[in-house]
Write a protein that binds this ligand. Structure first.
Ligand code: B12
Ligand code: SF4
Length: 538
């Protein structure tokens, strides 16, 4: 009998691969099934200049389900674990039902959705894991494989023919060094998509090939869990997790091993919520990383964690790409709605510090800085957007503007606020709709009379923010366009201007685009031909 972990729409699911390693190292026979890959495509609905990829779930077909059931039959499952985020709730319900119809095997759900909204899950499955899954899943697997009772395992809720038992929670693991490294080799991994088991296993979320190939170009990991901040639109404002970090030695051990196994390793992605936390840790990490790994790496930044000594050390060590959440340029909106504490001056200072890193010598000459914005928030009014533009115009030029839709996840404070004030309905909350509901609530809003046209106004400003990133486009023209509301009803013109300026900048500063060449050369030609594209978007 085997334990099967199912990842939904996520081939390279870090959490499930870590759970996989934890069970495997504790002698549990375990398999990883990735049930369908998340696709990305260029957004089609809105005309944006900034790069916007739109995640989407392809339809789950009978063939997909049959392929899964066939694999389960071959693997003889003793326990099936399904990992789900909120947008996957409906898919998880359907899969659980069809599996239950075929097999007499207990099914446990875990992941962000069962953790934040356990009540919406427990009625559809035998068990759910609320919060940390390592020891709960290990104890459950051991009990089932050894035929022992498993009714009292902490962090687990049980549903026995409708009778719900809610076991208490267990303390979080303090010492993350006891965890193994997430498994990215091909052993016991199965990928199902397009109605069949995929032989081409090596495609991740972005479309790069960085899973399961012994010669992978990318490596992804986390040095910490949790986040010291608590923004109202993020899981980290709920109290099931806290900031915890592995030791530098433990992280280095993983990276050295990865580099040894993958001579073609090109970039390391650190998915930590915020990386530049704890000076002692970061300085030690930087020194060792530079000496022992010396490869470009990605991490997330935060305006309130922008110590220059840390930044410089990380940059010298190979820091080459970062994303910093700005979310809005309106201090008032950030503070009251998003629960973010940084002032605009602090944001500005952080952007200046990041910009200075371009001059610091590193293994890569380029330093890519992305600023994230929460897109399509109907409570972000004209004044807020105008303040945001003021802020973007003060940023050092050469950044990349990105925007992502505001999404409503169950029980997050921002969702409760929107629900209580009648701005959205339960059906607008992620998980309640089939597929991803984000686009539903946007159209709901735009059709309400009082918000009519809000999408257009927001798009207008996003294009102006986009223009603010270009060195060759003077700020006074952007201000003039805004003041005169030029092109407000002709977004296509503004969009074309962005495109022209981008092309012009590309032509005059080709050296700024060295990273594109690097990206092109990162994946071996053989791989590109096999996967038909450099970055595999659909
Ligand atoms: C890293 C990360 C990413 C990376 C993923 C990298 C990778 N290869 O996995 C990237 C940037 C690609 C990403 C993308 C997205 N992400 Co993300 N991401 C995170 C982040 C920061 C950490 C996730 C993580 O791996 N943590 C470490 C693991 C060990 O912890 P864990 O996930 O909590 O898992 C534990 C338990 O939940 C449990 N568990 C998990 N699965 C299972 C299964 C079983 C059977 C059991 C028993 C237990 C169990 O055990 C684990 C160990 O304790 C979280 C925020 C956070 N948690 O801090 C958001 C988060 C998970 N992401 C989120 C979202 C929305 C997305 C996107 C949809 C965003 C987008 N529109 O593009 C995409 C979806 C990608 C996909 N296909 O799923 C949301 C999900 C919200 C929700 N309520 O569902 C989160 C919670 C952030 C938020 N907004 O609040 N993400
Ligand atoms: S800083 Fe980022 S990860 Fe931390 S709570 Fe805010 S949005 Fe979440």
């Amino acid at each position: 009998m085997n334990v099967i972990l199912v990842s939904l729409f996520h081939n390279d699911n870090f959490a499930v691969r870590l759970l996989f390693s934890y069970l495997r190292d504790n002698n549990i026979p375990v398999y990883y099934i990735s049930f369908k890959r998340l696709r990305q495509k260029m957004t089609r609905t809105l005309k944006n200049d900034y790069v916007e990829m739109h995640d989407y779930h392809t339809e789950v077909t009978e063939e997909d389900i049959n392929a899964l059931l066939n694999q389960l039959k071959i693997l003889n499952p003793g326990l099936i674990g399904i990992s789900l985020q909120s947008p996957h709730l409906q898919i998880a319900k359907r899969l659980t039902q069809v599996i239950k119809n075929k097999f007499k095997v207990p099914i446990v759900w875990g992941g962000s959705h069962p953790t934040i909204d356990p009540e919406s899950c427990i009625k559809y499955t035998d068990m759910i894991c609320v919060g940390e899954g390592f020891d709960a899943m290990l104890e459950l697997s051991q009990a089932i494989l050894q035929g022992r009772p498993y009714g009292q395992i902490k962090n687990l809720w049980l549903n026995k023919e409708g009778k719900i038992t809610r076991n208490p929670s267990r303390p979080l693991i303090n010492n993350l060094d006891i965890l193994p490294f997430a498994s990215f080799d091909g052993k016991n991994k199965i990928y199902i998509d397009d109605g069949q088991v995929q032989t081409d296993r090596n495609i991740d979320y972005f479309g790069f090939g960085f899973t399961d190939d012994p010669k992978k170009a990318f490596h992804q990991t986390m040095t910490s869990f949790g986040c010291p901040m608590s923004c109202s639109f993020c899981i980290n404002c709920l109290d099931h997790d806290r900031f915890r970090r592995r030791s530098v030695s433990n992280v280095m051990q993983e990276l050295i091993q990865t580099k040894k196994n993958n001579p073609g390793l090109k970039v390391v992605f650190f998915w930590d919520n915020i990386f530049a936390i704890n000076k002692k840790w970061c300085l030690e990490f930087s020194e060792r990383y530079e000496q022992e790994i010396n490869l470009p790496f990605f991490n997330y930044s935060h305006p309130l964690c922008s110590d220059m000594e840390i930044f410089t050390a990380l940059r010298k060590a190979g820091w080459a790409i970062t994303v910093m959440g700005i979310q809005s340029g309106s201090y008032n909106l950030r503070k009251t709605l998003y629960d973010r504490k940084e002032t605009n001056e602090q944001v500005l200072e952080a952007t200046k510090r990041l910009n200075k890193l371009r001059k610091v010598r590193s293994c890569r000459s380029y330093f890519r800085i992305y600023y994230d914005y929460v897109k399509n928030n109907p409570l972000e009014g004209k004044k807020d957007l105008s303040e945001s533009l003021d802020l973007f115009l003060r940023f050092p030029k050469g950044f990349i503007f990105q925007a992502f839709n505001l999404s409503f996840f169950p029980n997050y404070p921002i969702t409760n606020y929107f629900l209580e004030n009648g701005y959205i309905n339960e059906k607008d909350v992620e998980g309640n709709a089939t597929g991803t509901s984000a686009s539903n609530w946007i159209s709901t809003f735009d059709s309400k009379k009082e918000y009519h046209g809000f999408l257009r106004r927001h798009e207008y400003y996003y294009l102006l923010f986009s223009l603010a990133q270009f060195k060759s486009f003077p700020n006074f023209i952007i201000r003039f366009i805004e003041r005169k509301k030029l092109f407000c009803n002709r977004l296509a013109i503004l969009y074309s201007i962005c495109r022209i300026v981008r092309t012009f900048e590309l032509a005059i500063r080709i050296s700024n685009y060295a990273w594109i060449w690097e990206l092109i050369t990162q994946i071996p030609l053989r791989e590109k031909i096999k996967n038909r594209t450099l970055v595999r978007y659909e």
